[in-house]
Design a protein around this ligand. Structure first.
Ligand code: GTP
Ligand code: IMP
Ligand code: MG
Length: 339
């Protein structure tokens, strides 16, 4: 039985959605429950299953796991009811998905403030999804909770209690984080950060599971670093020009906002700091195929080009840990597993 927390190691968009959607179908873990922590619908996870592409902001990325019995959204996560109900339809997860009575609720006023307030819009460069203003209201203890919303009545539960029961029944649990370590309100590049902590400890608290129950913390990195928003933020170390980003084929656009993501090469000091901030026990790497196109779709480490292998081994030497999963394409099956 395992309790695994999956979190991001850089500035978000590392491909946590893909790693989670792969893990939930790994028979050796046999996960039965997926619980979503993190801030709220500011996240944009992309899940590619066969020829279907799902862009999810609220439904957990592990929704398509064959043996998954329940998908839970913890009380620390902000819910936008419209976004959630719409995604439940798209993913056909009604009956399986539940959110906690105490999830905070985002309304139009929060979204409007997030999109018009010049500090949030221009200085921080937020996703505009209303999460920061909603968390402000939560801190002031005036935010409505899911238990106050009639449309959500059929999908409410006590998430910490559900997880507690699952632990007693020895069911494996996967806990999904969103955003990433260097966007944390405590540990990130303040003020260009999100509205709460998003490291592994915070994600556990979001869903109501104690740290002693966790068996693994999987930290997800990408072969290069990207950052969306905060155009006035300090440049990332070794940030590439837009032309150079395009030339290298590292160009990406935000899942939620459609904004161009700024890019830089893999950053070892940032990665090392993420490892200790999260207490990582395992690492995952995504988008190897973007930096090494000749290795696209490969599933066996030994089959990789020597260039890619050398790149990986050099990073592992610096980090003192091995990448247990290496993504070689967007689909959940395009992955190398080294346990
Ligand atoms: P946040 O919660 O918003 O931080 O998102 P995320 O970490 O789930 O990542 P997101 O889905 O926003 O961005 C990752 C993108 O990379 C998606 O388009 C994925 O389909 C894609 N992707 C993930 N892994 C790989 C990979 O190994 N190779 C390639 N080519 N694409 C990948
Ligand atoms: P907010 O979380 O919408 O308040 O945005 C604060 C900062 O975090 C901005 O720079 C956003 O672009 C960034 N951010 C928030 N969520 C994500 C995400 O899921 N991926 C990447 N960046 C994000
Ligand atoms: Mg994203």
């Amino acid at each position: 039985m395992s309790v695994t927390v999956v979190v991001g190691g850089f500035f978000g968009d590392e491909g946590k959605g893909k790693i989670v959607s792969h893990l939930v179908n790994d028979e050796s873990y046999n996960y039965k429950i997926v619980a979503r922590g993190g801030v709220g619908p500011n996240a944009g996870h992309t899940v590619v299953i066969k020829d279907m592409i799902y862009k999810l902001r609220m439904v957990p990325s592990g929704f398509a796991g064959k043996n998954i019995e329940k998908l839970l959204i913890g009380p620390g996560v902000l819910v936008d009811p419209q976004v959630l109900l719409n995604e439940i339809q798209i993913t056909k997860t009604m009956g399986k998905i539940f959110c906690d009575y105490q999830c905070g609720i985002i309304n139009k006023k929060h979204i409007e403030k997030d999109q018009t307030n010049s500090h949030l819009k221009d200085q921080v460069g937020t996703s505009g999804s209303g999460t920061g203003p909603a968390n402000e209201d939560r801190v002031r203890r005036i935010l409505p909770l899911a238990r106050d919303v009639p449309e959500l009545r059929g999908i409410l539960t006590d998430v910490p209690l559900e997880l507690h029961k699952a632990l007693i029944e020895k069911k494996s649990i996967l806990i999904e984080g969103t955003q990433a370590t260097h966007l944390s309100l405590w540990h990130g590049t303040y003020p260009h950060v999100t509205s709460k902590d998003v490291t592994a400890s915070a994600i556990c608290s979001d869903v109501g599971i104690g740290p002693t129950s966790v068996t693994d913390v999987v930290l997800v990195f990408k072969t290069f670093v990207t950052r969306v928003g905060s155009i006035r933020a300090e440049k990332m170390e070794n940030q590439l020009t837009e032309d150079e980003t395009i030339k290298r084929g590292w160009i990406e656009y935000g899942t939620v906002t459609g904004r161009l993501r700024r890019a830089a090469p893999f950053n070892i000091p940032l990665a090392k700091r993420s490892i200790f901030l999260n207490g990582a026990t395992k690492l995952a790497l995504t988008k190897l195929d973007v930096v090494f196109p000749q290795d696209s779709g490969k599933k066996v480490f030994e089959d990789l080009s020597s260039l890619a292998k050398d790149w990986i081994i050099e990073k592992e030497r610096h980090l003192g840990m091995q990448f247990s999963w290496i993504g070689t394409g967007p689909a959940d099956s395009e992955i190398i597993t080294r346990k």
